[in-house]
Design a protein around this ligand. Structure first.
Ligand code: MTE
Length: 318
């Protein structure tokens, strides 16, 4: 696994300082931060017109976590559509066109069809969530996402009671996405993911349009991605163009590729090893030369989701 080069990993100091203060438990103060403070965050990627400028999120976050430096979070990525090396997405996605952006909604819902992302998101109140993010490759970051609870978006389409799962797909556009042109690509595009409906409706399931106080950079899944913090990172599908409500469990890309290694559920679980490595601990990717390791927590520390899996053998449903 390649490591980011040292010049690429200088902390984005202004953001870190602001979030260190917020993380120190100063949530009440943080929610009252004047916009001027947010404006001091340099804009690295302009984002779609309707999101341009600092995003004013009503911060509900009180996690006390300090965010990974911006440069690390935006230059050490998995986004196979833009290449398989960790630095490929940052290098190859900069001209990715993310505005206008449409999402097709299909399947078991009263409201289906094609919708503008702007229309879906702009009627909702943005929130910030400073989120532990654990990749199945046994590294982790803390990412300050901005977006809306997935539930608020899904409910607007009025899924029917027979919808037991929701499936997501990423854009297919080989012209813009060099990873999709590669003869060596192992993924059968589009990149696919899915959740059980009750998982998707849980408050922690999040649809992000921003991070670090601004629009999502292309390499992090612009203009809209899933964030499912209690599951391995590959469930958090990027650049979503399709949402489908269905009765059967959806096919998901990594499970299609290696079913014995990547399950549908993929809840973070230190007790269930990947066939080729342990999941008991994780490397903290923070840009330091000597990365530390920390123990991995069940559900990535988000115990509030445990009741979703009552009575399930999580070794079997990994
Ligand atoms: N979504 C798509 N469409 N394609 C991908 O290759 N990689 C996944 C996930 N979402 C991926 C994707 C994996 S393996 C991880 S760990 C996270 O995105 C990485 O998100 P980040 O680069 O923003 O940290």
């Amino acid at each position: 696994m390649p490591h980011p080069k040292e010049h690429e990993i200088t902390p984005k100091s202004i953001y870190s300082r602001r979030h260190f203060l917020m993380g120190a438990g100063a949530t009440a103060a943080a929610t009252m931060l004047p916009t001027a403070e947010a404006e001091s965050v340099p804009i690295e990627y302009p984002g779609p017109d309707w999101l341009r400028g600092p995003l004013s999120a009503r911060s509900l976050d009180s996690s006390g976590l300090e965010s990974t430096p911006y440069k690390v979070a935006t230059q050490y990525n998995n986004f196979y559509e833009f290449g398989t090396d960790k630095t490929d997405p940052a290098n190859n996605a900069q001209d990715f066109v993310t505005d206008p952006w449409k999402i097709e909604v299909e399947g078991l819902a009263a409201k289906t069809g094609e919708f503008d992302l702007e229309a879906i998101i702009s009627r909702l109140t943005l929130q910030e969530r400073i989120t532990r993010f654990r990749c199945v490759e046994a590294w982790s970051m803390v990412l300050p996402f901005i977006g809306v609870p997935l539930r608020e978006v899904l409910n607007a389409f009025e899924p029917t009671p027979s919808a037991k799962y929701v499936a997501f797909e990423t854009l297919v556009d080989p012209e813009q996405m060099p990873g999709q042109r590669s003869r060596f690509a192992s993924i059968d595009w589009p990149y696919r993911e899915g959740l059980r409906m009750d998982e998707a409706m849980h408050d922690l399931a999040f649809l992000a349009v921003g991070m670090y106080g601004q629009a999502l950079p292309p390499q992090n899944g612009a203009p809209v991605r899933l964030v499912v913090p209690w599951k391995y990172g590959f469930k958090s599908i990027k650049s979503i163009v399709k949402i489908r409500f269905q009765e059967e469990q959806p096919q998901t890309s990594w499970n299609m590729l290696q079913p014995q290694e990547y399950g549908f559920y993929s809840n973070v679980n230190p007790k269930v090893s990947h066939p080729r490595w342990s999941q008991a601990s994780e490397r903290v990717v923070d840009g330091g030369l000597f990365p530390s390791r920390q123990p991995t927590l069940m559900f990535n520390g988000y115990d509030e989701v445990a009741s979703l899996y009552n009575g399930m053998d999580l070794k079997k449903f990994f």
